[in-house]
Structure formats: structure tokens, C-alpha cells
Write a protein that binds this ligand. Structure first.
Ligand SMILES: [Zn+2]
Length: 150
């Protein structure tokens, strides 16, 4: 009996990342649609018109409706002004994480840590902008009991 529990615990620990990925990021979950840039409702249609790029005109171009289920992405005019607040939250969390990693774990000086923050912000800027938009749409559709905007 004890051996079975030890074996099970070793199996869980060894495959923890795979288990988390299967449970939380499997197709049909909100996290799947957020991190794969898919429609928050059907998880099939693409959210953005272009792949992840640094081209300023292509970063945030998104479809008006889901190509698969016809869900309207932009619910009202100026809907994505709210994404600015989401982007701000993501950026602050990222800045704090990068600063702690650079200062505490790597041991960089304060100026070097801020340089690391700046470089990370520039590198992850398109991902941040896209995540903030898709999070806004996902959260809105998550909180609505039904979607009257289709
Ligand atoms: Zn869809």
C-alpha cells in the first residue's frame, strides 16, 4: 500500500507540468483560447488576423467576428480602451518579476536590473498587447450569462 502511494507521488511530481498543461490548457478551456489566441467561445476561430509579429500595424489587428462561430469580438465602440488597464496590470507584474529575478537571483546592479526590465518590456510588447485584448474579450464573455452580441 505504502509503495503504491510513493509511486503515485513520484509519478505526479515527475509529470506535474504535463498534468497542469493537460488540465488547465487543454482545448475547450479559457486558458487554451487565451494563450493560443483563439475565440473565447468556440476555441476554434482565430482571434487575430496575423501571427505574432513586431509589425506595428499587424500586432493588434483582429477579426470583427469569429470566423468559426461568428461571435462579435468588439462588443461596443472603444471596447478595447479597457484593455489598456489589463495591459498595465500585466506590465507591472512583469516588471516586478523581472526586477526580482535580475536583482535577487542573478545579482545584477540596480541600473542593470532596470535595463533588463526595459529589454524585456520591448521584447514582450506584442505579446502583452495581444494578451490584454484577448483577456478583455474573454473576461467579458465569461461574465455574461449569455452572449446577446452575436
Ligand atoms: Zn468562435
Amino acid at each position: 500500500m505504502y509503495v503504491k502511494h510513493v509511486f503515485f507521488c513520484k509519478f505526479v511530481i515527475a509529470n506535474l507540468l504535463k498534468i497542469i498543461r493537460v488540465i488547465m490548457f487543454k482545448k475547450g478551456t479559457k486558458l487554451y483560447s487565451i494563450f493560443n489566441h483563439k475565440c473565447p467561445k468556440c476555441h476554434e476561430g482565430d482571434f487575430f488576423k496575423h501571427k505574432l509579429t513586431y509589425h506595428p500595424n499587424k500586432i493588434t489587428k483582429l477579426h470583427d467576428n469569429c470566423p468559426n462561430c461568428d461571435l462579435k469580438y468588439m462588443l461596443e465602440p472603444s471596447f478595447f480602451y479597457g484593455a489598456m488597464y489589463v495591459s498595465y496590470g500585466i506590465t507591472v507584474a512583469m516588471f516586478v518579476a523581472v526586477f526580482i529575478i535580475a536583482k535577487v537571483f542573478i545579482g545584477l546592479e540596480i541600473l542593470e536590473s532596470f535595463a533588463a526590465i526595459l529589454i524585456t518590456a520591448v521584447i514582450l510588447m506584442p505579446l502583452n498587447m495581444r494578451l490584454s485584448r484577448i483577456l478583455s474579450v474573454s473576461y467579458t464573455h465569461l461574465t455574461l450569462p449569455t452572449t446577446p452580441y452575436v
